[in-house]
Design a protein around this ligand. Structure first.
Ligand SMILES: [Mg+2]
Length: 271
């Protein structure tokens, strides 16, 4: 089955792009990324770089890309921490939380008008990072037992680090679920909520937008379920082989984001 239907990227207004495996691997920028970002700027496209990592603030992500020689300003980043804060602000404006996580999560919550409370919070919110300990875990469990609702920033079970893997947010939330018999709600990808709030930020309708990612199980599914066109790039986790094992497919499969700019330019010339 040839799944490559063609997309005229010139006609799309907004681009939502995953980062790890799409823009970079670790601290290594991927091929074609510079050309892709230049094209987004030249064509005045709306765009968001998305990550499930809740630990970094948009400013830190801006600096990370700057170290790779890419100039992407803060408003172009959207993290699972920002999606979590947007969710809570919408569900319970002015609510209080007991949060376990890094600056990215804490800043996002403060910016959304949410206060910290370790006595009787409305929610326990968990992101990945080093502030997790037996003490914070125990605190979280007892607050959930007292009635706080349990929220995870994202449902990634693990993530790559230099010498192996680190437990992801899902794995950190699991002990709280087990000890309390409660199920957490997760705000990041693949929850389509993150795509919808991202599209709102871009001011785009889903039909005018494209989701670009390297994972079928988070990026492509959440883009597809939000009604966006989806691009699977083979520069990260998914391969042409693993792609066949899913019941859904992306709109198009490309080697990397550089192909988006190249295809759009070729399309324009052909007209
Ligand atoms: Mg990725």
């Amino acid at each position: 089955m040839n799944i490559n239907t063609t997309i005229d990227f010139n006609e799309k207004k907004g681009f939502v792009c995953d980062m790890d495996g799409v823009i970079y691997h670790g601290n290594q920028i991927l091929n074609g990324v510079r050309e892709f970002i230049q094209w987004l700027h030249d064509e005045k496209k709306e765009y968001l770089f998305l990550t499930n990592n809740s630990g970094y603030t948009p400013r830190e992500l801006n600096q990370k890309l700057a170290r790779m020689g890419l100039d992407v300003s803060e408003e172009h980043f959207y993290t699972s921490a920002l999606a979590t804060a947007a969710f809570l602000k919408n569900q319970a404006p002015g609510c209080s939380v007991f949060a376990i996580g890094e600056a990215g999560l804490l800043n996002a919550l403060y910016d959304a008008g949410i206060t910290m409370n370790d006595v009787n919070p409305d929610y326990v919110v968990v992101g990945e990072g080093r502030s997790y300990s037996l003490d914070t875990l125990t605190k979280a469990i007892n607050l959930v037992l007292k009635g706080a609702k349990l929220i995870g920033a994202n449902s990634d079970v693990s993530g790559p680090i230099e010498n192996g893997i680190a437990p992801g947010c899902r794995a950190l939330v699991a002990p709280i679920e087990m000890a309390t018999g409660t199920q957490a709600y997760f705000c990041g990808k693949p929850n389509p909520l993150m795509m919808r709030t991202g599209l709102n930020l871009l001011g785009c309708h889903s039909a005018e937008a494209v989701m670009v990612g390297d994972r079928m199980d988070t990026d492509v599914i959440s883009g597809m379920e939000s009604g966006m066109s989806t691009v699977l790039v083979l520069s990260g986790v998914s391969t042409r082989e693993t792609l066949k094992t899913y019941a859904y497919r992306p709109s198009i499969v490309l080697n990397g984001v550089g192909d988006i700019a190249a295809m759009a330019r070729a399309h324009k010339k052909a007209e």
